[in-house]
Design a protein around this ligand. Structure first.
Ligand SMILES: Nc1ncnc2c1ncn2[C@@H]1O[C@H](COP(=O)(O)OP(=O)(O)OP(=O)(O)O)[C@@H](O)[C@H]1O
Length: 731
């Protein structure tokens, strides 16, 4: 929404007063009877730890962070207040959840008396319209939406427009709220903006954050984002890792055989639903077919000691699951696993986000997890029913897993000169004197991705950082088409004739005159250039231009001989054009520091978990079959990590391991001379050597090059340095 629209919208928004008043000292009142009655309505006789406090805080209008382990009953913390608020007055509670593919399932899980609906981009138009109608009729008490839908709320039409139709919002709940701070930098840029939009654009005062994993540092940053009035006192949490999980680690030389041994051992053989996590897609495929073959062999049937009868032959089916599979294949594998038909899923971490299967009995990390945060989240998918569940990590004795995970981290780092190029697209020079009111800027997403050689998501993130910067450098607008092509079937004269009544067309013609033009019947131009030359908003220009396709004959609308095509979706924003060089440098430094900081942090998180797992790992899986006293050590260490003021201090100094430069130098030269047409940078060479794909160097093509992944064991930044130096020498 634009500022003015926001103001108008905010003026019409009726705010919802807290359900209960706070005591004079700012604390919540004692829990009234009606809250217990509501609890009973949800089918429970008593609160689980943390629930009562969270519910009373939300009913008293105090923003709160709930960090409870998976399966501990976090949903009630928003469902019960939503129920009471909606009983008192017409209002809605907004639940922001990143799990778009599972929203429909989440709705099914909500008690029927609490009218809930969801809005997401995977719905058909008619499904969406039905929900919108229910919203406008005030029939819904709870609405689940994706973070993107909330942030896209500035659009006048389309997906984001529903925000204007909402009844007063009682409170908002952000699920997986750690995304605000932890991996949001590349996971979902929109998470960075949510709190801002909720507060500024939707007038939400109370926000509830839910997560299963948050270190102290993450909690600190969530407290800041949610503006929790009483800081850490407003955090309700338990120690991650439920007691029913049995955790072990081993560092077997032959992991395939060890995995097989583990699965057929007494500890795991009765587990009916198992997730095996691998880092790479290829590994998922390989391990699942290995398991299928190995587990379905005609081995003699084991005897069941209780009945003394031969047990049924293993009916194990293992299937891979990763982002490289088609959506329908992924869905059918997920469904088979959920229904219990499929026993083992060998998956990348893409599997499991929001999987709500209470009886997953085991989670095995065939490759080590990338941080304690991911570890806790991934093992937390097992044993949600509270019954014992088995978890095991295989640690590569040679540390190759760590290299593999490091690749993923480096994939998101960005060169300083690339950030500078992006800033040049954002801050276009203008001639404003004094404070610039900010101009509309739009640039093609596709072209920028190619030019900067970084994915769209990373560009969005950088733009979000600029918007959230203290200086509020820019204001992001929703993406829009940037290019206009007008084809006149009535010849060039027709274009000029219509230009008389269509100022944007006249301006396009004027601007276009100076450039060479091949076909006189065709006029092509960037819409924002025309808009800014006129001082109009590009949306209005596009509307006027699109209207050229219609004419009125005898008071009837009729197609004109013009065809107006809008194309090339672009990032769109408002930015000042007269920033001083110092300010530009500052913006550049901030972004570069932030990206570098994220990379450094992820590397340290990886190192922290690797170091700890190495300390607790048994030499082989066999030592983990019966005695599980190691379990205690792991749990203590994980808890220490989450409670520590400075959890990453366990890593010590990060030093790159020295390596033989000569080999790398030789390979850089060979690569550059082999592919002369490519304008390599130090980073693009390092990415190839580490097997990291980018928009201009996709794995499907470069994966065939002999240098792909050839130096994965060497420090990425050292390779960037060496390659940059060699490329300059070769020029
Ligand atoms: N007070 C309670 N008494 C008994 N059972 C409860 C209570 N609160 C919640 N539950 C039950 O606990 C189970 C898990 O709850 P829920 O799905 O809310 O967990 P969660 O913390 O949101 O998990 P996740 O992290 O996976 O989202 C549900 O079956 C729910 O009905």
């Amino acid at each position: 929404m634009k500022k003015l629209d926001v103001q108008m919208y905010m003026d019409t928004v009726k705010t919802v007063e807290p359900y209960y008043k706070l005591k004079d000292d700012g604390s919540t009142i004692d829990t009234p009877l009606e809250v217990y009655e509501a609890l009973e309505k949800f089918g429970h006789t008593s609160f689980r730890p943390g629930q009562e406090k969270a519910i009373m805080r939300i009913l008293s209008g105090k923003s709160t962070l709930v960090t409870l382990s998976t399966g501990s009953g976090k949903s009630l913390c928003y469902q019960l207040p939503a129920y009471l608020y909606s009983k008192r007055e017409p209002c809605i509670s907004l639940i922001i959840s990143p799990l778009v593919s599972l929203m429909d399932d989440q709705i099914t899980g909500i008690a029927k008396f609490l009218k809930a609906g969801c809005l997401h981009s995977n719905q058909t138009k008619s499904q969406r319209e039905k929900i919108l109608e229910a919203i406008s009729l005030g029939e819904l008490s709870v609405l689940l939406v994706s973070p993107e839908a909330v942030v896209a709320g500035e659009k006048k039409s389309g997906f984001g427009s529903f925000l204007r139709k909402l009844p007063p919002i009682a409170f908002a709940c952000i699920d997986e709220v750690h995304c605000v701070s932890q991996w949001s930098h590349n996971f979902r840029p929109s998470y960075l903006m949510i709190c801002h939009v909720l507060r500024e654009n939707l007038g939400v005062k109370t926000i509830l954050g839910l997560t299963a994993t948050a270190t102290r540092a993450t909690r600190d940053s969530i407290i800041e984002h949610l503006q929790i009035p009483d800081g850490h006192d407003g955090v309700i949490g338990d120690v991650p890792l439920p007691e029913n999980l049995v955790l072990t680690v081993s560092r077997d030389g032959n992991r395939d055989q060890a995995l097989l041994g583990l699965l057929t051992s007494e500890r795991f053989s009765d587990c009916k639903s198992i997730i095996v996590y691998c880092t790479r897609r290829e590994e998922c495929e390989r391990v699942s077919s290995f398991l299928r073959t190995a587990l379905q062999s005609d081995r003699p049937l084991p005897t069941d000691p209780s009945t003394n009868k031969k047990r049924k032959r293993f009916n194990i089916q293992a299937e891979p699951y990763h982002a490289g599979l088609s959506a329908s294949r992924r869905r059918s594998i997920q469904n088979a696993f959920m229904s219990g038909e499929l026993k083992i899923v060998v998956a990348t971490v893409a599997f499991g986000m929001g999987i709500n299967k209470a009886d997953i009995r085991a989670v095995i990390h065939f490759n080590m997890p990338s941080s304690f945060e991911s570890y806790v989240q991934e093992v937390g998918r097992a044993g949600r029913d509270g019954l014992p569940a088995q978890c095991h990590v295989f640690l590569d004795p040679l540390g190759r897993d760590e290299n593999e995970l490091r690749r993923h981290i480096h994939a998101n780092s960005i060169d300083r000169h690339v950030i500078r190029k992006l800033l040049q697209k954002v801050f276009l020079p203008c001639s404003c004197k004094g404070q610039c009111p900010k101009h509309e800027v739009a640039f093609s997403i596709e072209k920028s991705v190619r030019e900067l050689d970084i994915p769209e998501e990373n560009i969005s993130t950088l733009l979000c950082y600029l918007e959230l910067h203290d200086q509020k450098y820019i204001q992001l607008l929703s993406p829009a088409y940037t290019h206009c092509k007008i084809i006149s079937y009535g010849g060039p004269l027709q274009i000029r004739k219509l230009a008389k009544d269509c100022p944007p067309l006249a301006m396009a013609l004027a601007l276009h005159k100076s450039s060479a033009r091949d076909d006189p019947n065709v006029l092509e131009f960037p819409v924002v250039d025309v808009a800014s030359a006129m001082g109009w908003e590009s949306g209005i220009c596009k509307h006027k231009l699109k209207n050229l396709e219609w004419t009125t004959v005898n008071n009837q609308p009729k197609r004109s001989p013009m065809n107006v095509q809008l194309s090339d979706l672009g990032f769109r924003l408002l930015a000042p054009g007269n920033l001083l060089n110092d300010q530009l440098d500052e913006a550049l430094d901030t972004l570069h520091r932030r990206v570098g900081g994220q990379e450094q942090k992820a590397l340290m998180q990886l190192r922290a978990i690797h170091k700890t797992l190495r300390e607790v790992a048994k030499p082989t899986y066999r030592s983990c079959l019966e005695e599980v006293e190691g379990d205690r050590t792991i749990k203590t260490k994980v808890r220490e990590y989450f409670d520590s003021e400075d959890p990453l201090s366990v890593c010590g100094e990060m030093e790159a391991k020295p390596f033989d430069e000569e080999v790398v130098v030789k390979d850089v030269r060979a690569l550059v001379s082999m592919y002369r047409d490519n304008s390599f940078t130090g980073r693009s060479v390092a990415r190839i050597f580490h097997g990291i794909q980018s928009p201009n160097y996709p794995a499907v093509i470069w994966g065939r090059c002999r240098f792909w992944r050839s130096h994965i064991d060497k420090d990425f930044h050292q390779i960037v340095k060496i390659a940059t130096r060699e490329i300059i020498k070769l020029r």
